[in-house]
Design a protein around this ligand. Sequence first.
Ligand SMILES: Nc1ncnc2c1ncn2[C@@H]1O[C@H](COP(=O)(O)OP(=O)(O)OP(=O)(O)O)[C@@H](O)[C@H]1O
Ligand SMILES: [Mg+2]
Length: 1102
Amino acid sequence: MAPEVIACEQQYDSSYDARCDVWSLGITAIELGDGDPPLFDMHPVKTLFKIPRNPPPTLLHPEKWCEEFNHFISQCLIKDFERRPSVTHLLDHPFIKGAHENVSFLQKQLAKVLGDQMHLNPIVKTRHERMHTGRPYHVKDAEKYCLDDDLVNLEVLDEETIIHQLQKRYMDLLIYTYVGDILIALNPFQNLSIYSPQFSRLYHGVKRASNPPHIFASADAAYQCMVTFSKDQCIVISGESGSGKTESAHLIVQHLTFLGKANNQTLREKILQVNSLVEAFGNACTAINDNSSRFGKYLEMMFTPTGAVMGARISEYLLEKSRVIKQAVGEKNFHIFYYIYAGLYHQKKLSEFRLPEENPPRYIADETGRVMHDIISKESYQRQFEAIQHCFKIIGFTDKEVHLVYRILAGILNIGNIEFAAISSQHQTDKSEVPNAEALENAASILCISPDELQEALTSHCVVARGETIVRANTVDRAADVRDAMSKALYGRLFSWIVNRINILLQPDKNICSAADGMNVGILDIFGFENFQRNSFEQLCINIANEQIQYYFNQHVFALEQMEYQNEGIDATPVEYEDNLPLLNMFLQKPLGLLALLDEESRFPQATDQTLVDKFEDNLRCKYFWRPKGVELCFGIQHYAGKVLYDASGVLEKNRDTLPADVVVVLRTSENKLLQQLFSIPLTKTGNLAQTRTRVTASSRSLPPHFSAGRAKVDTLEVIRHPEETTSMKRQTMASYFRYSLMELLSKMVIGQPHFVRCIKPNDNREALKFSRERVLAQLRSTGILETVSIRQQGYSHRILFEEFVKRYYYLAFRAHQTPLASKENCISILEKSRLDHWVLGKTKVFLKYYQVEQLNLLLREVIGRVVVLQAYTKGWLGARRYKRVREKREKGATVIQSAWRGYEARRKFKKISNRRSDSAVYIQAVLKGCIDHKSSPLAESSSGHAETSSNSAVAEKNRLSEAQSSLKECDVFRGHANKHSVSGTDSPSSQTCHAAPDHQGLRPLGATLKTGSENGLAQKQRTPRRRCQQPKMLSSPEDTMYYNQLNGTLEYQGSKRKPRKLGQIKVLDGEDEYYKALSPVDSVPEEDNSAHPFFLSSSSK
Ligand SMILES: Nc1ncnc2c1ncn2[C@@H]1O[C@H](COP(=O)(O)OP(=O)(O)OP(=O)(O)O)[C@@H](O)[C@H]1O
Ligand SMILES: [Mg+2]
């Protein structure tokens, strides 16, 4: 791969062009010449390190080749691709040009070389598709690289060899090395391109030895163990301050997020932002590290049983609150103060938050006086501010919450600016006042409290004596202490609130998996061991915490292992190690441990720092404690990591950490809801804000469970007050919080199976590629790495009960349905079947080397993998069969439904058509009758004087019929109508026009026909043809119905014996029909009667 292509993997602003192919051409030329490409025997990951750093590769024996060929290769392999020639340019190269002219000669030569090769080595290609050139493939070399990766493989195990090995690797930028299953990480102090997604993919469920050591490999090991054994894991990162613990923790979270790919991308993004947000509030620049963790952090990543990440939870311990009010020379306050100052400055919002533009607030001002200048000019601060805003948003904080957080931070900075002056009066000289009201008002206004109440809380305090409340004035010093205590409390509680809020926002969705079914990987990143020029109470706590972590390491790596050798009767050489338990007891035991003595002294109001040190000296009589001569208020401790001198001044006050009740009361009255909450929620035993139950808003309650569960939309600023929840005013000291914190942390860690990452700082100057042998050796010694190497080499780091072993691995030697007994013999069969050696069996346990467990797990995974494939195929086959059946059934069903539907539809259509036809027939009949009536009317009139006899009826009838037919012909509208119906049989609009009596105009002639009973009606009809655009009437209209009813009724009225035919009944009429016969002209309805009928009235009136 060309160097520019490798660079692009990490640096997104890098680019490359087609000239990377020219590089490949050069590499191919070498491969053709030498038979192998350069660095062929190196692990692919390592080549990615090497290519950018090494000079361009050349042929192994350039002197054996012509000058043109060497030059051609050197041109192809120019590392700077801007200077590298393109392919077009290379065509002019003498080496290529020369080849053009001698094609046939070259072909012959090539054929000869191939012939010789075939003759010498019939196998031209290996399984790696390398040209076989007689040079052996260095399998041994490849293995050697893996051997170098683990210090346990060293034959000589002395300090010198180990240091040499680490140094050699570090100079090759191989910063990670194994000691068995423990990872050593040397801080590179430069960005390496080994954390890209490409690397994440490499370290995904593979054998540890298949890739060089890496922090991703440790994360992967923890993840695989969690998934395989459904057991919680714990990654413990330890090392001095600045050794790279926090960076390692980030990388582990990054890789675990990659491994536990959940479908929920938002959750992944949230988890990745958590560290940055918490560290902005909890990290600061110290003399050792620009991004030093000032709190202990235990991040638990939660996974579903199938290994998908589903949430996260942070626990924070012992934030160094004192940094808010004061920082040592060369150090800074917590990052967030600078970030928001820069952000608000650039947003021109400083005045809104009552922050000065010229002079920095006292809490962030330093001795250089350049703070404001840096804040304004450094782009990084502003960038970080934007990043923090982004984090808040991604994690799910509302804008309102973020605004309130900023207000509290600005409030703290304003509080720091409140100054006090003594009021000198004749009688009282120890009273204090606030001479400059501006700072006080700014602070009060930004915190939404009354300035007067704030002033009163700062400058006086209440004492309850004998049932009476007495208000006492504070001295200037005491007022300043109260002010600082208030700032510390505000910051500490705000930090706790942010952590609690993050935990709520990242808690697993109960609909996906209940917390009880899930598993987690915990990542411990605490503040590293510190030894400054002046060490105070904070360093003491930090170093005791590190002492505890070292003890945990010793227990797991040495003590437990050696104890088990004894119990199980295993013959193993004991490894000596430095046990720090006595020192830990000196700190933690009661009643005479250092912390207990400190607490005791803090309870005496008259005690001073001097009496404290005296007390220590009197009670701590052991080799780990001493008091240097001639140095006041100082004591020394021999820690596991070296001697540290502590300055005891101010320790008592720091331990008391008192916050007067008057201040709490004032802050609780704030209109800032967040502030109110911070001082209403009780503190836990570890000194953090208790995780409160939040009020679920009405809107969230109405949400469906899958919306509300897990991520309930809650009004986070509303706290449900529980009757038992009160702010405990009971005195708690920092030492007691610390003690509980350690206990809680350990209780969390012991649940999980531990994985250790030991970070080492190669030099104190934070320089890349500088390896200080003394510093590294000191760290290796203090952390027990040297002993770890020997115990891992000789010992058995994994001890598994027979029962557990058989249960876990019986697949490897038995059939799946078998349930072998947890016996020694069965364990042996499994171990033998797995072809492992160097294992030992104790009385109840199998003792395995650290790498054997991995081998067994891989074998198990392989077997399970095969089972899964078989299951998948079977399930697939069953599924396909089921699907086929269901499909057939459905197809049949569809046919039945279709045929039923078609039948129904056809019947429906048929009914419709037949109805319409009947209607049409009735209509035609009606019209015909009407016509006949017209015709018969004159006859009736003319014969009114003469009685018609039955003898002339035949002739008359015939005439009448022929006349009726001719008059029907005249009525072309109706004729066309009937035809249409008989043809189409549909109810198209045109056919409707034919049925209907067109409208009133159209109806009138017909009505008139009936009314007058003369042929005037028809004549009138001809005179008044239907107007264009007149809407035809539906046959079934009420008028029509009435008409037919009327007609039927009339017939009845006329005394016809024949039953009137109902509307819709069809009868084909002919001249012989007795119906006609029954009709006589005298039967016609008298005009006046008809006209009196309501129908005609209404229709004519219309
Ligand atoms: N893997 C790494 N790659 C590049 N730089 C690193 C790496 N690890 C550490 N560093 C550098 O070292 C610095 C210190 O590292 P980090 O903050 O992780 O130390 P730490 O052990 O957490 O210290 P502390 O105990 O003070 O919190 C980082 O800011 C970074 O510049
Ligand atoms: Mg750190």
